[in-house]
Ligand binder design. Structure first.
Ligand SMILES: Cc1cc2nc3c(=O)[nH]c(=O)nc-3n(C[C@H](O)[C@H](O)[C@H](O)COP(=O)(O)OP(=O)(O)OC[C@H]3O[C@@H](n4cnc5c(N)ncnc54)[C@H](O)[C@@H]3O)c2cc1C
Length: 404
């Protein structure tokens, strides 16, 4: 590996400023995927820089009080020696292990993991990534630049929020996404309509209700779906192990298959897509029905019209009934579309072969632009639904190292 320790000067906003040393790999995003990839690359002596505030998405966007849906064993970030595990963090911090895992523990664990990596994390955000010769020029939010031979995009789903058209005209004071801010307490005594049937919507409805809001959950499907209802299927010893992997992504059988992303990547796209969508079908964790028991729930209905009337929002449902609320909370999921990453210039995005917004990836999480890699949710169309979850960090990091 060549040494990349050249300190350069660059002109930024008219001033001559020193910029950081170049590196072999620049990672955009310091969430579970970015941090795990860095741990693996570093262990092989590859010079790597990770950009972004560690665990920013989990620490500042997810609702406070949230519990992780993934089991503890599937909530470990990945390092080559499996040393910096959740258990190790809890032991080091004298925290009693518990399940389901509270959000704050997971965020603190991620930040502790980051400290084990040393000094290669730079909390500045990446403003843009440009092809250079060789490699890439990475511009940071303070105007300085670094050069990297490779770029790994590990920027998560924060920029892919889906907002159904009917809510487009509502001002942000009246509508927000479930993962757009931490505080649920500010909705105390307010009337909030929560839209959606997935874990984010259902858990947000429970948290808002517990924080004193008057909640109505509005769901298009005829009934709510709960994950892990067939508990007996998980309690059959070796037979259960044949049906489910420890990651617990997807139903019996599919769970086993998607635990092997390399095999999943070889399945024809049409079938792979069916497996992927089945594995992440919207539903709530088994600890939610009790918490939602007294929350007003309207199923089988969708919102046709949403208008601001005075200080309220008027929602008209498809059965013609109207609701007046103070706020609409969207748990309507996200849609991967790499063109929504503001740090990727349009020309670069255009050069990346895609499946409707997902980059087409081959071994080593490489896209069609040499030296550019994508990990996390953006890789799920190529490598299957495990990549939507923290559980996929181990495979992704090892695969990256192998390819480099
Ligand atoms: C409500 C909710 C609940 C979830 N629960 C679970 C769960 O229980 N278990 C599970 O496994 N998964 C869960 N997920 C999925 C979760 O998003 C992923 O598992 C996980 O975040 C993947 O890690 P990541 O590193 O790809 O993305 P992220 O955790 O989103 O990390 C990416 C980071 O990149 C940063 N970034 C973005 N752009 C830039 C830039 N230009 N410069 C620098 N940094 C940048 C972001 O700020 C972010 O911190 C949940 C998702 C949601 C929305």
């Amino acid at each position: 590996m060549a040494a990349y320790n050249v300190i350069e000067s660059t002109r930024s906003q008219g001033a001559c400023s020193r910029v950081a040393a170049d590196c072999e790999v620049a990672i955009v995003g310091a969430g579970p995927y970015g941090l795990s990839a860095a741990a693996h690359l570093k262990s092989k002596g590859i010079s790597v820089r990770v950009f972004g505030e560690p665990m920013e998405f989990w620490g500042s966007k997810m609702p406070e009080g949230m519990l992780l849906r993934s089991p503890r064993v599937a909530s470990n970030l990945s390092d080559p020696g499996h040393v910096f595990t959740l258990d190790a963090y809890e032991q080091a911090s004298k925290i009693e292990p518990c399940a389901p895992l509270p959000l704050d523990t997971f965020v603190a664990y991620g930040r502790w993991f980051r400290h084990q990596l040393g000094e290669d994390l730079d909390t500045r955000n990446v403003s843009s990534v440009h092809r250079d010769s060789p490699g890439f020029r990475v511009v940071l939010n303070d105007g300085s630049e670094i050069r990297a031979n490779r770029v790994v995009v590990a920027a998560g789903i924060g920029q892919f929020k889906k907002k159904p058209l009917v809510f487009e005209s509502l001002p942000s004071a009246h509508v927000s996404h479930c993962y757009e801010g931490r505080s649920v307490r500010k909705f105390d005594k307010q009337r909030v309509a929560v839209i959606g049937a997935g874990q984010s919507a259902l858990e947000s409805a429970a948290l808002l209700h517990e924080a004193g809001a008057e909640v109505e959950l509005m769901v298009r499907r005829p009934e709510l779906r709960w994950i892990g209802q067939h508990k007996w299927l998980h309690n059959m010893g070796p037979i259960s192990s044949m049906l489910y992997s420890s990651h617990d992504v997807g139903p019996a059988g599919i769970s086993r298959l998607v635990a092997y992303p390399r095999i999943t990547s070889r399945i024809p796209l049409k079938l792979r897509d069916r497996i992927r969508t089945r594995a992440v079908k919207p539903g709530g964790s088994r600890w939610l029905p009790e918490r939602l028991a007294t929350v007003k729930t309207t199923t089988g209905r969708s919102v046709r019209k949403a208008d601001v009337v005075g200080n309220e929002v008027s929602l008209t449902l498809d059965d013609g009934t109207e609701r007046r609320v103070d706020h609409v909370m969207l748990g309507t999921g996200y849609r991967v579309d790499i063109s929504a990453y503001e740090f990727l210039p349009a020309q670069l995005v255009a050069d990346i072969q895609q499946f409707d917004g997902y980059p087409k990836l081959t071994r080593g999480f490489r896209c069609s632009v040499p030296g550019l890699h994508f990990v996390g949710a953006t890789a799920a169309r190529s490598f299957g639904p495990l990549l939507y979850f923290v559980a996929g960090t181990d495979f992704a990091s090892k695969e990256l190292v192998r390819s480099l």
